[in-house]
Design a protein. Sequence first.
Length: 495
Amino acid sequence: MIPVPVKYIKKNNEIQIPENINYKENQALGSEAYKITVNANGAFVEYSDHRGKIWADQTLKSITKNGKISECEIYDYPKYHHRGLNFDVSRHFFSVEEVKKVLDMMSMLKMNVLHWHLSDDQGFRIESFKYPDLQKESIDYYTQEQIRDIVNYAEERGIEVVPEIDMPGHTRAILAARPDLSCTKRKLKPGKDAGIYKRIFCAGNEAVYTFIEELFDEILPLFKSNRFHIGGDEAPKAMWKTCPLCNAKLKELSLNNMQELQGYFGGRVTDILKKHGKRPIMWNDALVGNKVSKDAQIQYWTPSYNRQTVEFAKAGGEWIFSDMHEVYLDYPYSMTGLKKMYEMVMDFADEGGFESYPPIGMEACLWTERVDSDEKLEERLLPRLFALAELSWSGRVSTYEEFEERCKEEAERFSQIGYTVKDQAWWNPKGEEAKLEAEAFMKSMSTGCIEEDPEEMANWEEEQAEEGKNNYAADQKYKERFLSMWGSDPSDGQL
């Protein structure tokens, strides 16, 4: 079973699964918790809340074999209350049916947050009646009715849908419809390839904030969550430095640099969200501006801003673990194999562990620049999502070898109901073929939009240096860990 319950006493006797399960609400159990008792008298479930009942049902389904269930006692509750998957539908669009299939997968694994990445350089995927050119430029999108349907579908399965519109960077698809919101106002098209584009929202233009407020007025009611992700990552400042409006705003506010201007931008957007009763989530890049609201949650993906994340966490800030070297599922199995993921070390590299300021949860990320079909999507997720689900619900409760045996059972169960699971031979690949796969992936990451439009590609290493990137030791330690599955010599395999 994945994830493993906190307490599971299995007995020898089997009974036919009862037609009627005896349910009883018991709020004293705590959030998302449940108890199951199966004996000769039937099956009895106590649950704390809506999710607790759903998770109990999922457990009953997983331990029922051929209509029979062993007598047992189960008591279960989660380690973390944010157990998420970031699903990027901007780089490649996925149908409503596939989104629902992913939600079913998550619910079976007791994962409770779908972080729905709906806007990026390559596409804006939300229908807007106020700004119809947004979906006109992006072509594929979800209607507002489809979004409501997906949000309700997720809620019925215990899942909160947290939408993301990334800003001020990764906004090329929006700027394709509204070029007047960039610093240069130059007409452009949505991005075709992966990469970091220079052209972003103009932080000194009041029209940008008016646009955001009017767009939020329209789309925020589509989502029931009180959280909304506003990105804040990979926002090159080259255009801001030469922009009269940005420089005027810098002077008006007596700011020291463009990083602080991004902090101001994030604060303005946070204020708009608060009017709607929404709480912002941002990637940890946003901490560089030193203006992140105490109410915000930070999603830790890059060690490049290790120090800032540690300071935020130590000050009591809530944060989510999404380390790119550990839980990025767009990476091939030759780079992040199942064993590596299950045995991940959750820490801040040079800053050590975080027992005194733990995260509120864990979230795997699936970016889809190189994932262009339902089959590829599901293979990227399964079986690696099994590891994330167990670590975030139970913690690491077994050896990898025992976990892998349970993965084989779960892989069979998921395959039988129509999911594409990665072939077992590639769960932890080694050798020349795996090395070539990793090299090809790394090469594709380093080209991206350079080939599409060299002038638009940001010099990100230079940008990070200017933002006070002082985590070289952390980066090196993570790199060594990333390569460790290949042994001491990176030339033996993984880059």
